[in-house]
Design a protein around this ligand. Sequence first.
Ligand code: MHO
Length: 221
Amino acid sequence: MDIETIEKGLYQNGGQLELATFGMGCFWGPEARFGSLPGVIRTRVGFAGGHTASPTYREIGDHTETVQIEFDPSIISYTEVLKEFWQNHYPNRDNYKGRQYISLLHYHTEQQHRLIAEAKKEMEGQLRETVETEISPFTEFTTAEERHQKYYLKRYPKALEQLSGLYQDQELLRDSTFAARLNGFVKGYGTKKGVIEELEKWNIGRAEKLFLIDLFSKMKW
Ligand code: MHO
């Protein structure tokens, strides 16, 4: 069974997926955090927000480490994404490495822009200070090197071996919802029971669902 076919039902839900792009420090952690959320279909890490050409991890230029997610807004709203964003990093800390780790929000639509303004006001009320997140329209996202994608899951080579039938190449692993959940799980977001309960709700075939649940339940880490 290949993962693309299995997961197709998840995003051909009749609805449209939405993009969100943001930086909140080293991108490994937030990729895992957002990857664990129901409604988040894909996560990728990369570089955005700067002007220098072809950023890489070593030559990041004036770009910022960012996470880009695709989500199903009928399951998780952009406002909920923003809440998760601001409640899980301190947006006003001193940045010791130029722009690499700044708090950054790129909006993809005018509606996102408005929702950011609302959520920011609320966050400022909670923090009792001005939120210094850089807010600007999305322009470009450069995907980071493979070794940075699903970073925590890649710390478990034994698990990767058990997954190798599903993921014949690295791009399939990077773009998979199941891999995003596993990456969140190994980082400590959510429980085994929670992941299984969510898989139960996935809009995919019964056999495919049982296959994934079985694989996850029996996984040797
Ligand atoms: N934890 C790393 C940062 C990696 S993150 C992808 C470090 O302490 O250098 O920037």
